[in-house]
Design a binder for this molecule. Structure first.
Ligand code: B12
Length: 216
């Protein structure tokens, strides 16, 4: 059986139970890895919701998002198992979306990507006020703050958040990613961003000096 095809088909039919079972079975039988499941199956499935142009199908966006979220949380025991095989690098990353940004699934995937590479990942997620991010920074003292923006119109919120953080802590490295930053290198340079990453592979390479690190 081609697990990727089978899973994409059941996702397309919005068959939640079968999709969850196939995702778990695919991982158990090493038919695919977590990064493959996220980047090659779940992400394209969510991107395909783009075809919904009118207001009358937003409910479908919610249904599909909910199926994907269930899969991500159901496969977390695999992340736990794989973390045991990985040597911790002693680095901590805090993951947030700025205020008004409700798209968080990409960042949730990225949290697992960091975990699989020996980082301690603290996922805060959606719609986080600047003040709360500052409290979290003080409490957790991370090495990196990873910010995700999907909606282009919310880039200014990320900019404000970064300015606030940099004015208080110069040492923390700011990583940005997400749809809004894609093909937007000039804008990234205008922000006080340290690193721009897109993929699982970028995260694997982050400590190898082989990244999209921005020289300011
Ligand atoms: C699911 C979804 C929603 C869900 C979000 C649920 C959730 N809890 O996340 C809900 C229903 C809440 C929603 C709401 C809205 N949405 Co919406 N949504 C989507 C949809 C269908 C998929 C987004 C998604 O999850 N993609 C899958 C993930 C896995 O991909 P990703 O985010 O790119 O992440 C990957 C990489 O980019 C990277 N990455 C992401 N973040 C980071 C961060 C770091 C640090 C790193 C290293 C990497 C990284 O890693 C991930 C894994 O590969 C898109 C369609 C599309 N084509 O994108 C529209 C879309 C993003 N939404 C859109 C809009 C307009 C809205 C709404 C305003 C209106 C509406 N349609 O309901 C509202 C309000 C949004 C708000 N204020 O934030 C627009 C945005 C357009 C724009 N202005 O930029 C899109 C593009 C739809 C469209 N074509 O119009 N949405």
């Amino acid at each position: 059986m081609d697990y990727k095809e089978a899973l994409l088909k059941s996702l397309d039919k919005e068959d939640k139970d079968k999709s969850v079972q196939l995702a778990i079975k695919g991982l158990n039988e090493v038919q695919f890895t977590i990064p493959f499941l996220y980047e090659e199956i779940l992400r394209p499935f969510l991107y395909s919701i783009d075809e919904c142009k009118d207001d009358d199908c937003i409910w479908k966006e919610h249904v599909r998002t909910s199926i994907v979220r269930t899969i991500i949380e159901c496969v977390y025991p695999h992340v736990i198992e794989q973390k045991k095989e990985v040597v911790s690098n002693g680095l901590k990353v805090l993951l947030v979306c700025p205020e008004k940004e409700y798209h968080e699934i990409g960042l949730r995937m990225v949290a697992d990507f960091f975990s699989l590479n020996g980082y301690e990942a603290i996922f805060i997620g959606t719609n986080t006020p600047k003040k709360q991010v500052l409290y979290a920074l003080v409490n957790t003292e991370p090495d990196y703050l990873a910010i995700s923006v999907t909606d282009y119109y919310l880039l200014f919120e990320a900019k404000k958040m970064i300015e606030k953080i940099k004015s208080i802590s110069g040492s923390i490295k700011i990583i940005v990613g997400g749809r809004a930053f894609k093909n937007n290198k000039e804008l990234i340079k205008e922000m006080e961003v340290d690193i721009y990453l897109e993929t699982y592979e970028d995260i694997v390479n982050l400590r190898k000096g082989d990244t999209n690190e921005i020289s300011l």
